[in-house]
Design a protein around this ligand. Structure first.
Ligand SMILES: [Zn+2]
Length: 433
């Protein structure tokens, strides 16, 4: 075995190697002495005793690597100061080689800390410190990106309400805000984004989001899309059934009438004759969904008014929902003029939740980093594909080549990136986890 080549560290020669308890220990010596005194640049210095430095390096053969550098101290005859040699592969005073640090930074947002610790032999605390450093670097180079159609969705992460910000047009996660209150959203829209470039904001039934949206972006269309209303209709229907204490036909009642099989229709009819209140619930639900059969805002408003007039007295949960729709009527009916779908928000929310599951116990900051900054090659590739070349202009393979051999493209890409800011592809986010 050629020991001198094994670590691929041209600054050193390996003196000895041993394996102990699953760790590879190397003793190495610098090949060259320093060329000059770092204090005064004098060439006139002498050896002044030995010194040992212990550093961790990249795992080898699947085992953690520890290197002891057997080096010398030197004394300058000109300025009388002592010094030790500096090395390219490890920063002065660092206990981790540069390449190991870079490798950890590259992988730390997708793997777990305990795995990295086991692989490298570094303590959890040291790895956490490297991750913090990495997150800080990424945060400072993150360029806020303003989509034309912004989706804001409340999402619960770490038992707290957060705000997921989505580029609805390009299906990208633009950001995740730590809080979901009015002030946080407003500050984000005004100070981080170019709020004047936002044309429409899709929200759920969330008043703070709505207030912040209108205040930060006057004249913007604020929309509650079909999905959110449908979710509320399902919820209210469930509550009404619970009120009746009748859950036996729940799934059939929740089904869209056009999707009912013959036997299900029969089941429903016999359920209705046994309890006429079930029919009321079923029909109100169907009529609420009918709102979305409408083509225009005025048609939809007419349908809602009809429901209000004929709403059974006991259906207090439907009443609450209708009150809510009326409260948010501008936004709900705005959907008919601006039919943006929030389905990509649901996909993003699912991906984000699964990332949270993997990183249980991580701070919000860490979690945000895992979502936004975990841009491995796959994600970067997709971003280049979509944003620089247009989605359909290049195959993935071509783009991969562009990505790996992009010297000429780099400048152009960087310029475009700079003007666009960052976001993370939802599709790619889903694939990663
Ligand atoms: Zn000197």
């Amino acid at each position: 075995m050629n020991l001198s080549n094994e670590l691929q560290l041209p600054e050193f020669k390996i003196i000895s190697k041993k394996e102990d308890d699953g760790v590879l220990y190397y003793n190495v010596e610098p090949i060259d002495d320093p060329s000059k005194c770092p204090h005064c640049n004098s060439l006139d210095f002498v050896k002044y005793g030995g010194i040992e430095r212990f550093v961790r390096d990249m795992p080898l053969y699947g085992e953690p690597v520890a290197i002891t550098i057997l080096s010398n101290r030197f004394k300058c005859k000109n300025c009388d100061q002592t010094f030790t040699a500096s090395f390219e592969f490890v920063a002065d005073r660092s206990k981790i080689t540069n390449r190991l640090k870079e490798d950890i930074k590259k992988r730390c947002l997708s793997g777990t800390i305990s795995n990295l610790s086991a692989e490298t032999g570094l303590s959890v605390a040291t790895i956490s410190r490297i991750i913090d450093e990495h997150i800080e670097e990424q945060e400072s180079s993150w360029r806020y990106y303003t989509p034309e159609i912004l989706g804001l969705s409340t999402i619960t992460l770490g038992k707290k309400q957060r705000t997921l910000c989505i580029d609805i047009k390009r299906h990208g996660v633009v950001d995740i805000l730590e809080k979901a209150d009015k002030k946080s959203i407003y500050d984000y829209l005004v100070s981080k984004l170019s709020s004047e470039d936002i044309e429409a904001i899709v929200i759920d039934f969330n008043n703070p989001h709505r207030v912040a949206a209108y205040k930060a972006c006057p004249g913007v269309d604020v929309i509650i899309d079909k999905y959110y209303t449908s979710r509320e209709i399902t919820r209210a229907t469930n509550q009404e059934l619970k009120r009746l204490n009748n859950g036996s036909l729940r799934w059939v009642i929740l089904k869209n009438s056009s999707n009912l099989s013959l036997s299900e229709s029969d089941e429903l009819e016999s359920g209705f004759s046994a309890n006429p209140h079930l029919r009321e619930i079923y029909e109100t639900k169907e009529r609420l969904y009918d709102i979305y059969e409408c083509k225009t805002t005025s048609e939809a408003e007419m349908v809602l008014n009809k429901i209000i007039k004929t709403l059974p007295k006991d259906c207090k949960y439907f009443k609450e929902l209708i009150d809510k729709i009326e409260d948010f009527s501008v936004e709900v009916f705005s959907f008919f003029e601006n039919p943006y779908s929030s389905s990509c928000i649901q996909n993003a929310a699912k991906a984000v939740m699964s990332i949270e599951k993997q990183g249980t116990g991580y701070s919000f900051r860490n979690l945000r980093a895992r979502i936004l900054f975990n841009q491995d090659r796959k994600v970067a590739k997709a971003i280049i594909r979509k944003r620089v070349y247009g989605k359909n202009n290049h195959s993935s393979a071509t783009c991969f080549n562009l990505m790996t051999g992009w010297r000429n493209e780099a400048i152009r890409y960087k310029e475009i990136e700079k003007s666009l800011g960052n976001y993370v592809e939802i599709e790619e986010l889903q694939k990663l986890f």
